[in-house]
Write a new protein. Structure first.
Length: 181
């Protein structure tokens, strides 16, 4: 809980900085890269949190890994290393990207399907759900999940739209069980 509050404060500060410098889009794009690096490299967080590694070495490592990124991104990461807040980086990035999306009327969504969706199918889903959610646009991430048998499941924030065969079978099963009680 405490980490979430800390993350929100840092994200708010980054959002204000991006607004002042008119660099919100660039910051959001680069922090998406940071999010992917932290998600895909499981050794990065333990390295940055390790007490026996000197902070200067950690900051040098951050500078090397994210060289070519905006100075605001690199300096933020270095500041978090200095203040021993590296465990909050994924939360900060999520809060920041959410603030940028809210300001632009954009929502992130995850689509689970039995196969990779075509560009046309993704475009159709983006258009349909943008209207349904009252947003200017929807960013879709497609995850292939063979367990759904057929259809699609879409997650937008905390809302799940389940149009999968396995979801329908589960709902039928629950109705049969509750009818027999």
């Amino acid at each position: 809980m405490r980490e979430q509050k800390v993350a929100k404060r840092y994200a708010d500060a980054l959002f204000q900085l991006g607004k002042e410098k008119n660099t919100l889009d660039e910051l959001a794009r680069e922090f998406r890269v940071v999010r992917e690096v932290f998600k895909n490299n499981k050794e990065l967080s333990p390295f940055l949190a390790h007490p026996k590694v000197d902070n200067e070495k950690k900051k040098q490592f951050i500078a090397e890994v994210f060289q070519g990124s905006q100075s605001d991104v690199v300096n933020t990461l270095k500041l978090l290393v200095e203040r021993h807040r590296t465990s909050a980086i994924p939360f900060i990035v999520e809060h920041f990207i959410q603030q940028v999306n809210d300001a632009k009327g954009i929502a992130d969504a995850t689509v689970y399907s039995v196969r990779e969706l075509t560009v046309a199918e993704k475009q159709q889903l983006q258009t349909t759900f943008a209207k349904r959610m009252g947003k200017a646009a929807i960013n879709l991430e497609n995850i292939v999940d063979p367990s759904i048998i057929g259809g699609i499941k879409i997650r937008v924030g905390n809302t799940i739209y389940d149009g999968t065969v396995s979801g329908k079978l589960n709902r039928i099963s629950r109705r049969i069980v509750s009818a027999n009680k």
